[in-house]
Every structure is written in C-alpha cells, then in structure tokens.
Write a protein that binds this ligand. Structure first.
Ligand code: FRU
Length: 485
C-alpha cells in the first residue's frame, strides 16, 4: 500500500545518502538524510525508541513539497535513519505533508497527525494553499493515511479563522484516555492564535477553545505550537513569524517563544532555532528539540554542502524563579573524551591554549574580572577559526551584552549574521557552556538562563579557538572532545 511517491523517495534517499561522507556531517546532531530538512515532527517515544520525524524534501537542498523524514535513537545521541514515513500523495495533501506530531494508541499503533496542504483556485481566481489536519497510522516504520482524512477542516475553525493558515497540530493523550491537540491559526487580520481541539478516539475532533490570541503583540502568524505542564505551570510554545524589532527587543523575522502563564520568554537569542517540539522522556524530563536554522537565513543559502538542515541538540527544560531554563540533556556527557582544563588563566590580549581547538567539542568557561584591577572591556571567544574565517562570541560586562557573530564565517549571503542579548549583570562574571558540532555552536549562558544557537558552514579544517580580552580578565576553561563513534 506504499504510494509511488513514497516508494520513489525511499529509493532516492538510499541511493543518495552514500554520496554524503560522514566528515561533512555533524557528529551528534541529527541532519537530514538527504536534501532538505526543516521542523522536527512527531517527536515521540515508541516501541522502546525515540522517534524523530522531520519536514523533508529529499530531492533538493532547498524547500519543496514536504514529505516526512524519519529517524530513531535509543539515547538521543546516535540516530539511525528509517525510510521516509509519508509523502504528499493524496488529494488532500498533494502539495505537502506539513508539520505535526505523534501519539501511541491504546492498541499499540502509532498515530501521526499532520497538516495536509492542497493548492486551490479561489473564487477570485487567486491560487492559495488550503490547510487541513490529517492522520496516518502505523507501526513505527510504515504509515497508512486514514480514510476519514482530513479530520479538521475550515468547518472546524472558530469565527474568522483562516483556512490558509491552519497548521502544525501537536497532540497528546490526557490522563483520562481522551486526546487533545493545539493547532496554529490566524484570524482575518493575520493575527496569530492557538486553538485547542479535543477527541475521544484521536480520529474525530471538535473545537474546544482558543488557548491564546496574539492581539498584535508578537509578530503575526504563530507556527508550531506545543503545550504542556512543567512544575505545575502551563507552558505554551509557539513560533511567531514576521516579528517587528523594537529598541528593547531588536529581533526581526521568525523566533520561538514560551509563554509561562502571563510572561513570555524568547527560547533562543541566537540566529538558528525554530519550530521546537517537546516530549516527556521515560524518566519524566521535558525535552525540547528545534530546527537549528531559521527561514530568513536559510532560504538564500548557497548549497555549500550536499545536504541542508539539522536539529538542535536536545535540551532539558526546567523552571527556575518562574523562568524557563534550558540545558543540554545529560546524555551528552557520554560523548566526552580527552578532557583539557585550565584554571585561573589571566587573559590580556589574544591567547591560544595548548589542547584547546576543534569543531566537535564542548567548552565550559567561567569568566571573571581580576581582583583589584579595573573591569575588562570585553571577552571574546573565537572558534571555527583559521587564517581567513572565524565565528565569535563577545561579552561586554559594562553593558551586560553577549553577542554571537558569524559575519566572517565564510557565508556569501547578506543575511543576519549577528545577534546579541542582555545577560544577568554579575560584576564581570559569566558562565558559558558551548557545544560545537562541525557546523554549529549552541551557547548556554549562566546555567541555562539563555541560549544562543548559530550554524556556520566554515570548512571543517578551521579548528582554532582563541580567547581574547580587551583589558584583563580571569578564565577557567574545561574542554572535551565530543565523539559519537
Ligand atoms: C514552520 C513551518 C510550519 C509548516 C512547515 C512547512 O517552520 O512553516 O508552519 O508546517 O514549516 O514545511
């Protein structure tokens, strides 16, 4: 019962993946099997494995009609590709199987809920994508689309809801055995909102309520919602599009945010993090994974590599003082090798340290001012560096600003290459934990208060790391190689 489209994708990916050498892939981040990857989909634990599906176009390193790619892992560190799970092969999803999620049914099968896209000519002659919610059920390898598809259509939208922006269902099973899902939608003013639907059997759905409305506050359409409880608090995650920068919040384009009751927090202050999904792990941790790219910066990429698109490293979420805290999942420590550590290094000017270099590494840094000396002006960590290129992280204690900058990483496009955020003011002290994995850096600030993620496609032989102080500061540094062999 496998359609020709899915069969073609499955044989194409097997044939092409052999042409992508391990040396041009990340070590411990999931990258697309071939072609293009965007959002994580159907992040779940099923039949003893973590499953991660993703928005997938196998035939090009740019976005195209969406399939779902599929990978599994026992530890969230080592991934194995499975055949593409679904393809746009039905009348109601012929122009794309957009983002969605997964749940296990009581009979042991796995249900995927996704957005079906169908391009239709409107009464005024305009051609628009109509979005509906659809279902496919399977065994962790093969999925069959439900004969009752689509299960949520325009008819299920509340007043004013747009059928052109109605997508990304995230579903879960409630304690009483019923099902619920959140879906992104916008109203006639293109203002984002998150709808809640309920179902007895995960097949027949009805509108319940509108969980949250943007009211013109944060961008326009909100994509990829997720909803869960953490530490007794309700958390709603969404990814707003078309954010308008302001003096206090100079972020434009697409971002991801978490609403913790009344407050709203940016999930990542770097450039490349979007559309995250969470699961609860077997041992009760809330784990989040996002697409480690961003629409505005990945659209114009020049295809330097024969693949495009990778996931963030999984992050454990907790709450501290009413704020969401993010840390790399503890499994990461299993990859550590060849520790190198220095304490109380006095930095002034530019320094390299014996044993500290590489592109697949973890760095833990503690920076502080030097007793009885004036406060340093800035501390800079340069990495993915050679004579020509580098990416850097710059901390300016007087302003409490941390900036990530990849302007000189070797990218040809004039898109955003730099972002900065205010960090907690602490008398010149800052803690940074940096995960490097060939083409990316994820920076966890002050034990997970903030994260900045960035991809840089600098040639892997740019392996130098340099520590630069303007003024003088003290540094403790620990470095591990990260090896997933
Ligand atoms: C978010 C998104 C989703 C959509 C998918 C399409 O990145 O735009 O809203 O389902 O990507 O690939």
């Amino acid at each position: 019962m496998i359609s020709e489209k899915l069969r073609n994708a499955r044989s194409y990916e097997v044939e092409k993946e052999n042409q992508i050498g391990k040396e041009i892939r990340p070590e411990y981040h999931l990258s697309t099997r071939v072609g293009w990857m965007n959002d994580p989909n159907g992040f779940s634990y099923y039949n003893g494995m973590y499953h991660l599906f993703y928005q997938y176009y196998p035939y090009d390193t740019h976005w195209g009609p969406m399939h779902w790619g599929h990978a599994t892992s026992k530890d969230l560190l080592h991934w194995e590709y499975l055949p593409a799970a679904i393809a746009p092969d039905m009348p109601y999803d012929q122009d794309g199987c957009f983002s969605g999620s997964a749940v296990e049914l009581p009979d042991g099968r796995q249900l995927l809920m996704y957005t079906g896209v169908r391009r239709e000519t409107q009464p005024d002659g305009e051609i628009r994508d109509v979005q509906t919610q659809c279902i496919a059920i399977g065994d962790g390898l093969n999925y069959e689309k439900y004969e009752g598809n689509p299960v949520l259509t325009q008819a299920d939208l509340p007043e004013g809801g747009s059928r052109f922006d109605f997508r990304d269902p995230k579903l879960w099973r409630e304690a009483d055995g019923t099902y619920a899902c959140v879906v992104a939608n916008c109203d006639e003013k293109k203002d984002g909102r998150i709808l809640l639907y309920r179902s007895q059997n995960a097949l027949e759905w009805h509108y319940d309520s509108t969980l949250r409305t943007n009211n013109g506050q944060i961008g326009k359409m909100w994509e990829c919602p997720d909803y869960f409880q953490l530490d007794g608090k309700d958390i709603l995650i969404a990814s707003p599009q078309e954010l308008m920068p302001e003096r206090a919040n100079p972020y434009n384009g697409n971002v991801s945010v978490a609403f913790i009751e009344k407050s709203c927090q940016l999930l990542d202050y770097g450039i490349d993090f979007y559309a995250p999904q969470t699961i609860q792990s077997q041992d009760g941790r809330r784990i989040m994974i996002g697409w480690m790219q961003n629409w505005d910066t990945s659209g114009p990429h020049r295809g330097e590599l024969p693949w495009f698109g990778q996931m963030s490293f999984p992050r454990e979420l907790t709450i501290r003082d009413g704020k969401l805290i993010q840390k790399p999942i503890k499994e990461l420590e299993q990859l550590r090798q060849n520790k190198v550590a220095y304490e109380n290094v006095l930095l002034a000017g530019s320094n390299k340290l014996e044993g500290i270099q590489g592109r697949k590494a973890e760095l833990e840094l503690e920076i502080s001012s030097v007793p009885d000396r004036s406060m340093y002006q800035s501390f800079t960590l340069q990495f993915a560096q050679n004579k020509k290129y580098y990416t850097c992280l710059n901390y300016r204690p007087h302003e409490s600003v941390l900036e990530i900058n990849r302007t000189c990483s070797g990218a040809r496009c004039m898109t955003v290459h730099q972002r900065s955020c205010k960090v907690t003011k602490a008398d010149g002290k800052i803690k940074l934990r940096v995960l490097l994995d060939q083409y990316s850096a994820e920076v966890f600030v002050n034990d997970g208060e903030q994260v900045l993620s960035v991809t840089m496609y600098t040639n892997p032989d740019a392996e130098d790391i340099t520590f630069v102080a303007d003024g003088s500061c003290m540094m403790n540094v620990t470095k591990y190689e990260l090896n997933a062999e």
